[in-house]
Design a protein around this ligand. Sequence first.
Ligand code: COA
Length: 252
Amino acid sequence: MADARAAKVEVFRDYFGLQLTFAETLAARRGLSLSEAVRGFTNLHRRLGLGDVSDALHGPEWRRYAEGLERQPDRAARLDWTMEVLAAAPDEPPQPDKVRFGCFSYDPPEVGTVRIHFNNHDSQDGAGPLARRKIEARRSELTRMLAHLRRTAPEAETLSGASWLYHLEAYRRLFPAAYIASAREAGEVGLTGTSSWGQFLTHTGAVRDDLRQAFLGRMADLDPQAPWLAFPLRPLRVSSPLSAFYDHFGLS
Ligand SMILES: CC(C)(COP(=O)(O)OP(=O)(O)OC[C@H]1O[C@@H](n2cnc3c(N)ncnc32)[C@H](O)[C@@H]1OP(=O)(O)O)[C@@H](O)C(=O)NCCC(=O)NCCS
């Protein structure tokens, strides 16, 4: 069991290495400790199963990881320590109020708006979840998710998203035109989730080398007050009335 978890996280070694490198640069520029930069500007707090950064700012599990990180002599040792702690961490707890249909999920409506998310839950056959031959599978998930939403939250009026994924034609083609046409670059972008970091991953968990090089090439000019600008693909915010989705997916 522990070995299975270790193998599962090991696939993401380069991904976490990239995040640690970024945190190092930011720590130096902002005058933070490394662990403060990791907590505030990478998704490690969540990947360690500790939830949103604000949930457990000084929890004992985080403190143990943070203190260990500060003690390591160099970058390689810091990554080894991080992988060791990740391997021993519990799986991320399911968020009870999140509703998931395959790769898509949504948060419960807030003031009439529902926010959707995408994660890779379909690549065990070797093909990524956005492959052309999986378009119907993804549309079917969206259709079932929207039917559920309409039934259980008829008061919801708007669907929104914010992600680097809206740059990809392979993702955009899944949605109604009105929703995609609303895409606008997000202002300030938080970096403790996947809406920016996800772009570095392929469906196997490897890091895309071209994007890594582009990103690292920007570290010398990193703006410490707007570090999200260093990411090659900046999240786009999208939103449209749910009625456009109900029409598009034949649910009206
Ligand atoms: C989304 C994800 C599965 C894409 O990985 P992948 O290996 O490219 O997966 P797929 O093969 O399904 O991608 C298919 C398409 O997207 C394109 N693509 C994916 N990432 C890209 C990137 N960073 N830049 C340009 N194109 C990209 C591929 O070229 C391909 O396009 P094509 O079919 O038109 O040739 C992977 O990045 C991931 O799991 N990320 C984490 C989840 C995430 O970021 N969620 C967003 C949370 S807000």
